[in-house]
Design a protein around this ligand. Sequence first.
Ligand SMILES: Cc1cc2nc3c(=O)[nH]c(=O)nc-3n(C[C@H](O)[C@H](O)[C@H](O)COP(=O)(O)OP(=O)(O)OC[C@H]3O[C@@H](n4cnc5c(N)ncnc54)[C@H](O)[C@@H]3O)c2cc1C
Length: 381
Amino acid sequence: MTFQLNAEHEALRAMVREFADREIVPNAAQWDRDHHFPVDVVHKMGDLGLLGAAFDEEYGGGGGDFLSVCIAIEEIGRADQSMGITLEAAVGLGINPIANFGTSEQKARWLPDLFAGRTLAAFGLTEPGGGSDAAGATRTRAVLDGDEWVINGSKSFITNSGTEITSVITVTAITGDEEISAIIVPAGTPGLIVEPAYEKLGWHASDTHGLVFDDCRVPAENLLGERGRGFHQFLATLDDGRIAVGALSVGLIQACLDLALEYSLEREAFGRPIAANQGLAFQLADLDVALEAARLLTYKAAALKDAGLPIKQAAARAKLYASEAAVSATRVLTQVLGGYGFMEEGPAARFYRDAKILEIGEGTSEILRLVISRGLGLPVV
Ligand SMILES: Cc1cc2nc3c(=O)[nH]c(=O)nc-3n(C[C@H](O)[C@H](O)[C@H](O)COP(=O)(O)OP(=O)(O)OC[C@H]3O[C@@H](n4cnc5c(N)ncnc54)[C@H](O)[C@@H]3O)c2cc1C
């Protein structure tokens, strides 16, 4: 067993890091303050091949592995969590269902522009009645009327659903008794109402909206994959997404450690760098261990996926550990920076606000512990 990334992965990391340091780091604070979604960054990530990296070359993808996507998300997330989640959701939630379950016509129609970053796709699963029990809480209905689905209902907190380049939203809906299906809804379809952007604690530069479907009609052939397979499709989509959120969390932990190291070596108290105090240095040592553990869990889950092996447990472990470690990392960073850590003039305060959602989206910590417990054979409800 080797724990070395290969030369291609290292080159990808270097390329994405250089891009993120040049294009994202200098602007992230302003985008955060302005709640500005920078469309051009999506175009540029597309130009670099980050959106299609792990997908079919037939539709313009890079034909690479999922680990590459994780490395890209990690590096973008190290620069800015809003742009990191934009990439993560674009790939994990937007592209993934269409690439994995779509017909060749659906793939040919949507994927080339999505891979190129000309457009964005979103995935609407969560409803006002709940996200953890997504199947039980689904109230959105789609009824076949001739050769059209008529969709009625609403979705909550949908990432990338209201940008000027959003082209398509895949939504889950009840299509019969005990039957949930996924249906592709092109942006701009009459009856699809995109609500105003949410005011969020963090991820200010990421796009999040509620959606309402009011007699929204789409062609019958917009059914994604098989009718009645929506539940299976979203579980598989979330397993992949959890690994990707693990990577996003790793990026944040790395950013916290980098900044904490730099500051603690420069800042002096009692005539010595604050890093010379064991009480502070040991917090950074623990952060280093957490970073390594989070990265290993995430890369292992990605490697299992690339090998075609089961990932449910590994994905849950990676996301659970990495997201909680990221929240702790932002707390440590803020503490190391003292009063400056509480100020919006540096990135620490933004990191602190951005971290919490990592423990919530694509499976809360409680739901992940449930998944892991069940995987251990425990009869937990
Ligand atoms: C910024 C943002 C972006 C998002 N993007 C998307 C998106 O693109 N697409 C999408 O479909 N969804 C998206 N979501 C929704 C997200 O996945 C849900 O918020 C999440 O799954 C939790 O669902 P909920 O908010 O309804 O909380 P609930 O399910 O109501 O849970 C509330 C609390 O109860 C706990 N809980 C629930 N059941 C149990 C249990 N059995 N045991 C123990 N504790 C339990 C939960 O862990 C949580 O702490 C997004 C959310 C946010 C905030």
